[in-house]
Design a protein around this ligand. Structure first.
Ligand code: DC
Length: 226
C-alpha cells in the first residue's frame, strides 16, 4: 500500500516549497492540490463566469477537463483541456479566484477523485487545505503547517518580486488575510487542523529548518518505514 502524507495549512505557509523538497529527498511524488483549484478558477475567468455564480460554475464543470501530469524533471504540471496552464495560474488574481471558486461544493466534488486516485497508487506528499480532513482522512501522516500572516505575506512578496512581478507588501498581506478568512470560513471542507495532525509553525524557522522538521515528523510517524 502507498504511504500518504497530508500537509495542510494557510496560504503562504511554505507548504509547496517545503513539501516539494521533502518529497524529493524521500522519493515521494509531490502533489500541489491548490493548482487544481487555480486551474478551475482560470477556466471560469476565461469563460467570463464569476466564482459566486454557482449554477454557471456547475455548468462550466461539465465542459472542462483538469488533469495532472509530470514533466521530465518529475515536476507537476496542470492541464486545462489539454493545455499546460501551470504558469498562468500563479498570479495574485488567480489566487483570489481560486480561493472564491474553491468554496463551491461542485468544484470540490469535481476534483476529489482526481486527488484520491493519485494517492492510491503512489507514495505522495499532498498539500492543500482539506487533505487530512477530507481528501485523505486515513493518511499515514498529517501535518498542519502554519506561520503568522505577516511572515507568510513577506515570503509571498519576495517570491513574486523575484519572478519580476510589480506587487506591494501591503496588498499581499491583505490578500493573505482575506484568503485565510475565506478558506477557513467556507461551509464545505474549510481549512482546519485535523485532530490527528501534527502542528508545525515555521514563523521563526528558515526553509532548510522547515524541510528538516517535516522530514523528522514523517520519519517519526511512519516508524522508520520512510
Ligand atoms: O495552495 P494555493 O494557494 O495554490 O491554493 C489556491 C486556493 O485553492 C486557496 O485559496 C484555497 C483553495 N484550495 C482548497 O480549497 N483546497 C485545497 N486542497 C487546496 C487549495
Amino acid at each position: 500500500m502507498s504511504i500518504r502524507i497530508a500537509i495542510d495549512g494557510p496560504a503562504g505557509a511554505g507548504k509547496s516549497t517545503i513539501s516539494r523538497s521533502a518529497a524529493k529527498r524521500l522519493g515521494f511524488i509531490y502533489i500541489d492540490t491548490g493548482a487544481l483549484y487555480r486551474a478551475v478558477g482560470l477556466a471560469a475567468t476565461r469563460a467570463g463566469v464569476e466564482p459566486k455564480e454557482g449554477e454557471a460554475v456547475d455548468k462550466l464543470l461539465t465542459t472542462i477537463k483538469v488533469e495532472l501530469a509530470f514533466n521530465d524533471k518529475g515536476e507537476q504540471i496542470v492541464l486545462l483541456n489539454g493545455e499546460d496552464v501551470s504558469g498562468l495560474i500563479r498570479t495574485p488574481e488567480a489566487s483570489m479566484t481560486a480561493s472564491a471558486i474553491s468554496a463551491i461544493p461542485s468544484v470540490r466534488a469535481f476534483l476529489l477523485d482526481l486527488q484520491r486516485d493519485i494517492a492510491k497508487t503512489n507514495n505522495v506528499i499532498m498539500d492543500g487545505r482539506d487533505i487530512g480532513t477530507v481528501v485523505l482522512p486515513d493518511a499515514e501522516v498529517k501535518i498542519f503547517l502554519t506561520a503568522t500572516p505577516e511572515a507568510r505575506a513577506e515570503r509571498r512578496y519576495k517570491e513574486l518580486v523575484e519572478k519580476g512581478m510589480d506587487v506591494k507588501y501591503e496588498d499581499i498581506l491583505s490578500d493573505v488575510i482575506t484568503r485565510d478568512y475565506n478558506d477557513s470560513h467556507r461551509e464545505i471542507a474549510p481549512l482546519k487542523q485535523a485532530d490527528d495532525a501534527v502542528l508545525a509553525d515555521t514563523t521563526e524557522v528558515d526553509l532548510e529548518g522547515s524541510i528538516e522538521l517535516i522530514i523528522k515528523i514523517i520519519k517519526e510517524k511512519t516508524n522508520g518505514a520512510v
